[in-house]
Design a protein around this ligand. Structure first.
Ligand code: NAD
Ligand code: TYD
Length: 331
């Protein structure tokens, strides 16, 4: 049995990972350490909560006593670090918690993993680098969020070089799919459209993001976790570059809503123009390839939000509303 500490497993990607992988693998015992910030939601883990190979611990990855205790109590041999503050707009409004969780938190996990001689440590990193990039393109983060993730990514690699720690890094493009917190582009636009509220498109809407369905990302993470070469970085992307405005129009079309709901608003400060990821390495070296095409998976995602109104209505009536009313009026 593999005893794995999965951090941030109550968020969007982590919960999809746990729910998916516990079905796929019968040799994983997962301890999910999550602080349950505004983005963490135990409802996301209903499919896993009664699984005897799953346990949840509410706590902060920056708490080194707790982290050390968990390594000992559960004989943790593996770590997959999803936990992060993940929203660029929030990082622009206040950056401190981003460095606290994403940088200090990763350091606490790496130090604990080093003391306990773990067999693999996978750092879930991002693609937030301008333009098309491979694993060897120098990182050039522009937002507090991406700079904090870059620091964590570099730190993990430094632990590999300095201490010979068994580190792996994945850098993935923009994810979409079920259970994504409705502050990110796709769920926000779906939900606003369903309420006939304005859809706030930053700048001219011609920023490009490279999209991947969350299950394809998680399959790639698991492959790197098991078969990746230590000390290596693997890009994960589905070569689906889209203008933001085209995604917004597609959502409106699928929902039968009019484009008059689109509202061009003031641009995000430091807004990166284009993210695009070259994932040749994981494809050729590990044989991964995306299974979902964008047209089908975006329809599936929209359908999920239509079928799971209670999930997002509960969120909207809580932290999300308070946050947005404070920061953006009635966006
Ligand atoms: P999310 O915001 O939906 O979830 C983050 C989770 O981490 C939440 O459950 C939250 O409660 C938890 N968390 C936050 N601070 C914590 C702390 N101090 N201690 C313990 N738990 C804490 O984020 P997501 O979209 O699921 O992203 C997961 C990871 O994937 C992040 O590391 C992110 O940088 C990375 N990533 C995301 C994308 C994307 O498109 N969403 C793309 C590439 C990489
Ligand atoms: P987002 O989902 O926040 O992801 P990221 O910033 O990590 O790429 O944003 C995706 C793109 O959509 C980005 O170019 C910003 C844009 N965007 C809008 O135009 N309006 C919005 O309300 C949001 C949340 C994002």
């Amino acid at each position: 049995m593999k005893h794995i500490l999965v951090t941030g497993g109550a968020g969007f990607i982590g919960s999809n990972y746990i729910n998916h992988i516990l079905q796929e693998r019968d040799d994983y015992f997962i301890v999910n350490l999550d602080k349950l910030t505004y983005a963490g939601n135990l409802e996301n883990l209903k499919a896993s909560e009664n699984n005897p190979r799953y346990t949840f611990v509410k706590g902060d990855i920056t708490n080194h006593e707790l982290v050390d205790y968990l390594f000992k109590k559960f004989d943790i041999r593996y770590v997959i670090n999803f936990a992060a503050e993940s929203h660029v707009d929030r990082s622009i409004l206040g950056s401190q918690i981003f460095y606290q969780t994403n940088v200090i938190g990763t350091n606490v996990l790496l130090e604990a993993a080093r003391r306990h001689n773990v067999e693999r440590f996978l750092q879930v990193s991002t693609d937030e680098v301008e333009g098309l990039f491979t694993e060897s393109t120098p990182l050039s983060p522009n937002s507090p969020y991406s700079s904090s993730k870059t620091a964590a990514d570099m730190m993990a690699m430094a632990f590999y070089h300095t201490y010979g720690m068994p580190v792996l890094i994945t850098r993935c493009s923009n994810n979409y799919g079920p259970l994504q917190f409705p502050e990110k582009l796709i769920p926000l636009m779906i939900i606003n459209a369903l309420h006939d509220k304005k859809l706030p498109v930053y700048g001219d809407g011609k920023n490009v993001r490279d999209w991947i369905y969350v299950i394809d990302h998680n399959r790639a993470i698991d492959l790197v976790f098991n078969n990746g070469r230590l000390g290596e970085v693997y890009n994960i992307g589905a070569s689906t570059e889209m203008y933001n405005i085209d995604i917004v129009k597609l959502i409106l079309k699928e929902l039968g809503k009019t484009e008059s709901l689109i509202e061009y608003v003031k641009d995000r400060p430091g807004h990166d123009r284009r993210y695009a990821i070259d994932s040749t390495k994981i494809q050729t070296e590990l044989g991964w390839k995306p299974e979902y095409n964008f047209a089908d998976a975006i329809s599936k995602t929209i359908r999920w939000y239509l079928d799971n109104k209670e999930w997002w209505e509960r969120i909207i009536s809580g932290a999300y509303t308070q946050y947005y009313q404070k920061q953006y009026g009635n966006k």
